[in-house]
Design a protein around this ligand. Structure first.
Ligand SMILES: [Zn+2]
Length: 267
């Protein structure tokens, strides 16, 4: 009986072109590539900020549960990508480079963003769906401790004195809300969307007014989370990400022209 059912479904999938299995080539990653990828993600999210040192080799080996040679290979990859630089000596270590140092020029970043404009548009659409949903879930499930983490990210953002610091704390706020949902898929989704947006967010013109608005929006969201009010948290988060989305879309439009100029200069 079961065998027949299995046979039938196999036949059905052969007959119907819409239900063909989709197989993709496997990309084999070695341990050091996994390590490099995880560090790259933390840098991309701004969690390890420019100028910050990576933990020492020995500590990284312990954290990742791999040998020191694997860590050295991973560090070598990140150096080759110009994401970090390693200094020898007593105050030595591996340090995260600032984006300008990472890629040489602003032109490079303009080009990079312009080339991935479609991806960025999809990421902002995705974010409009996922962030309000996460805020809604977090309002119901957050613990006292998780609320404290969200609150301290909001405070650090309000006190930020540089754009990079501001962006890092903004990321921290949104990731803390994601974690407060207790759902790893939401955490992963919000991290992913953010990773694709950080390059473009860094190009947005920062102003005092923009910062103040973001800070007060974060405070209102925090307040709804504290009151365990899912609907308000959802709506406030929607308005918050909508505002960023609007600016990003406008920026992408204007970047098309800038990218053409940058391409000319690069020739
Ligand atoms: Zn925000």
């Amino acid at each position: 009986m079961a065998a027949m059912a299995a046979g039938q479904s196999a036949d059905a999938s052969q007959n119907d072109p819409d239900v063909q299995p989709i197989f993709g080539a496997i990309e084999q990653q070695r341990a050091h590539e996994h390590v490099a990828e995880q560090i790259r993600r933390q840098i991309g999210l701004g969690i390890i900020a420019p100028g910050d040192a990576l933990p020492p080799e020995r500590e990284l080996a312990r954290l990742f549960g791999v040998g020191r040679v694997t860590i050295q290979l991973a560090i070598g990859m990140l150096e080759a990508d110009q994401l970090i630089t390693t200094r020898r000596g007593r105050s030595g270590g591996s340090f995260v480079l600032a984006p300008a140092e990472q890629h040489g020029t602003l032109d490079f970043r303009v080009l990079e963003v312009a080339q991935s404009a479609d991806l960025i548009r999809e990421a902002i659409d995705f974010r409009e769906v996922i962030e309000p949903a996460a805020a809604h879930a977090a309002a119901r499930s957050r613990t006292k401790r998780e609320l404290a983490a969200i609150s301290s990210a909001a405070e650090r953002m309000a006190a930020a004195s540089t754009d990079a610091e501001f962006m890092r704390e903004d990321t921290a706020f949104h990731l803390a809300i994601a974690r407060a949902t207790g759902n790893r898929f939401l955490v992963e989704a919000i991290e992913q969307a953010r990773l694709h947006l950080n390059s473009v967010l860094a190009l947005l013109p920062d102003s005092q007014a923009w910062h103040e608005m973001s800070v007060s929006e974060h405070e209102a969201i925090l307040d709804a989370l504290a009151r365990r009010d899912p609907d308000t948290a959802h709506d406030l988060m929607y308005e918050h990400v909508k505002g960023t989305a609007r600016s990003v879309r406008a920026l992408l439009k204007s970047l098309d022209a800038k990218a053409a100029q940058a391409r000319k200069r690069a020739q």
